[in-house]
Design a protein around this ligand. Structure first.
Ligand code: NVA
Length: 313
């Protein structure tokens, strides 16, 4: 059987995502009720490879494996040197001969694709320059908790369109028939290939994709308002240029008021208050950012069980 990887959110069908989140919901409920989960992943090892810093991804995968009775092994930026100290192919072959699943956070998306090409075990993209699929699993879980029905939900993303989180969010939301509007300045639109795939999903599942340069147009009537940093990891050299380009794209109280009154505010974090969002909006009653972050743990556990084919009892 072909090994299942999660490199793009599009590697999962709607059915797959619903199956993962059903496991996540059950594990979350169990955890809240009894403080523990059954050790479904006893004897299994997750190998985590980080080329970049991480808080939520690292914590959720590590704690998730622990709670399910498995083990997580951490390699930081200084440890492996993928493609530098040794070829990605060699690392993939060695790591997958020992571990049961690999999660990698990389600069270039091609690195995670190559890892998967040579790995005998599932490879999870824990963020690349192109996509952040694990984040979007937790986001869909969170939207479902706060908004119930996903179909026809109106989602506004304000900020960097050519961004891992934006790409996976738009693709994931389109899979569920949502209406998504992305407002970005000129030169920072989504990559055309991603936008085209999202449009195909939207046509198939009854949603829509709108790209605009006007935040107000995107936010008006939204159920969900989402933003992310203006300076992603790896783009630090462009910080000055980016802060200028995005200045008019802050999610502030005035803009938030254009969304539905019961709209929620989401952010994958780390958040730079005063840049992409004001402290007022981030800390407001509408903000679900901490619930969203916590759901990274539950979503990750569902994903690991799904990929390791342990559906629980
Ligand atoms: N777009 C951000 C996401 C951080 C989780 C980055 O790549 O830095």
């Amino acid at each position: 059987m072909k090994t299942k990887h999660l490199l793009s959110i599009t590697d999962l069908s709607r059915r797959d995502i619903l199956a993962i989140l059903a496991i996540s919901d059950t594990l979350k409920r169990g955890m809240k009720k009894t403080g523990k989960n059954k050790h479904f992943l006893a004897g299994k090892t997750l190998i985590m490879v980080f080329e970049k810093p991480s808080l939520r991804t690292h914590a959720s995968f590590d704690i998730g494996m622990f709670q399910l009775g498995g083990h997580a092994l951490y390699f930081g930026p200084e440890h492996i040197g993928l493609g530098v100290r040794e070829p990605v192919e060699h690392a993939a072959k060695v790591l997958s001969s020992m571990g049961d699943v690999i999660m990698a956070r990389v600069y270039k998306h091609e690195t995670v694709v190559e890892l998967a090409r040579y790995s005998r075990v599932p490879v999870i993209n824990g963020l690349s320059d192109l996509e952040h699929p694990c984040q979007i699993l937790a986001d869909i879980m969170t939207m479902r908790e706060y908004k119930r029905a996903l179909r026809h939900l109106r989602v506004a993303f304000i900020g960097d369109g050519n961004n891992n989180v934006t790409h996976s969010l738009v693709l994931g939301c389109a899979l569920f028939g949502m209406h998504i509007a992305v407002a970005s300045p000129r030169g920072y639109a989504m990559r055309p290939g991603i936008a085209a795939t999202a449009r195909q999903f939207a046509a198939k599942y009854g949603g829509s994709i709108m790209e605009t340069q006007q935040p107000e147009v995107a936010i008006k009537g939204a159920d969900v308002v989402y933003t992310d940093t203006w300076v992603s990891m790896g783009a630090e050299k462009e910080k000055h240029k980016r802060l200028k380009a995005f200045r008019a794209y802050q999610v502030d109280e005035k803009r938030m008021a254009l969304a539905k009154s019961e709209a929620i505010f989401m952010h994958d974090m780390p958040a730079y208050l005063g840049n992409e969002v004001t402290k007022g909006v981030f800390d407001s009653k509408q903000s679900v950012v901490y619930a969203q972050a916590e759901n990274r743990l539950h979503a990750q556990k569902g994903l690991l069980m799904f990929l390791l084919k342990s559906r629980g009892k």
